[in-house]
Design a protein around this ligand. Sequence first.
Ligand SMILES: O=P(O)(O)OC[C@H]1O[C@@](CO)(OP(=O)(O)O)[C@@H](O)[C@@H]1O
Length: 434
Amino acid sequence: MVGLPARGKSFISQKIRRYLSWLSVPTESFTQSSFRKKRAESLKFMDDELFDPLNEKGKKLRLLSHQDCMGAILNWFSNHQSGVAIYDGANITRDIRKKIKETLSSSDVQTLFLESYCDDESKVRANIQDINQTSPDYMDKTVEYTLADLKKKIRFYDSFYEPMNVEYEGDCTFIKVLNLSSEILINRIESYLQSRIVYYVMNLHVKPRYIWLSRHGESQYNLEGKIGGDADLSERGWKYARRLKDMAEKYIPNHGSLHVWTSTLTRTQQTASFLPYPKKTWKALDELDAGSCDGLTYEEIAERFPEDFKARDDNKFEYRYPGGESYRDVITRLEPIIMELENQENVLVITHQAVLRCIYAYFMNVHQEESPWMSIPLHTLIRLEIRAYDTLVTRIKADIPAVSTYKEKGTSKLGETRDNSKILAGDVISTGKS
Ligand SMILES: O=P(O)(O)OC[C@H]1O[C@@](CO)(OP(=O)(O)O)[C@@H](O)[C@@H]1O
């Protein structure tokens, strides 16, 4: 990363790390400031000395923390055949970038510089506000403190900042993001992975916003415990479809501009049928294809294909149904959906259990092995609040009972059917954090 403080470098780093990890590319982010803090603590160094351009000790400490960070990156590469290490630091001089490139290329590592250049004061200010509210570095500090501290650092770094340009660094591969917008300059993009990163960064948003998710209403197949298929909604499923309209009006603040996405399957389209908003149907949102097990109950699968049943329980993320899909396959086909969601302002996605797990795992940073086992109940509207440094989740459970479609590891039985008495009157709201 390249850029002055408060230019969204950590935000972009974290997003890229999450995106690539979700696509199964080993990715790690190394934050230079954490190495600097460690060094400063051990040397009993004050921040004031560190950001004084005339202070020789400060200069030395910055150099040491850079070396520590590079050491950690090289060490990480020695343990990984392939992958992406993100150096989250300022790296604002041509000299330091030249050294980074040389060091990495001597270890056979390609370098892609990603500069966040911003001279729009209002955007810098908004970013400082975000940093104050959500960055672990400033969690217990006032806005005034964060503002003063970051301004001091910006002034310091600005005195020797050399933005990237083709004239001086034409031989480098770089992406330059201008004013945290979709305006981007690129130079010498050479590999597929680099082009994925360019495309992803182009779709990124810094504005906080909500994404709304829901499974379809309870289907006839859900009632019978069957997987896959293209069944209609049950009576309670239709009830949820009607309720979803009221819930959208009640909970989605700017529902007037809402867009609804569904899969091509009947149950999601019936669920969306009362919503008076523009709709889009995506094949990519169809449920995980259960291949030759489509239309069976888990008990029938366990009985007829015991080896497959066990193999899926043992490694649910990788297991591919004969003639069907695995969770990994679903993630691959969901990539365009994620790109679009990163770009959109106000969308409600109505889809299926496995697909929602994959989308949820991306936004909530859930580990691959864990994601196929997450609980995504029926008749629940999920609100993801996408913020600069984390995602907040709120689940709004409609008071309409539904069967459980959750199967635990090691059993072929579904979870307990929720009975009416356990459903509280009114919607039940719960929250959590990524
Ligand atoms: O990966 P598991 O846990 O089997 O969950 C996926 C299953 O969920 C189901 C319901 O059991 O999805 P949905 O009703 O949301 O379309 C099945 O169709 C699908 O095969």
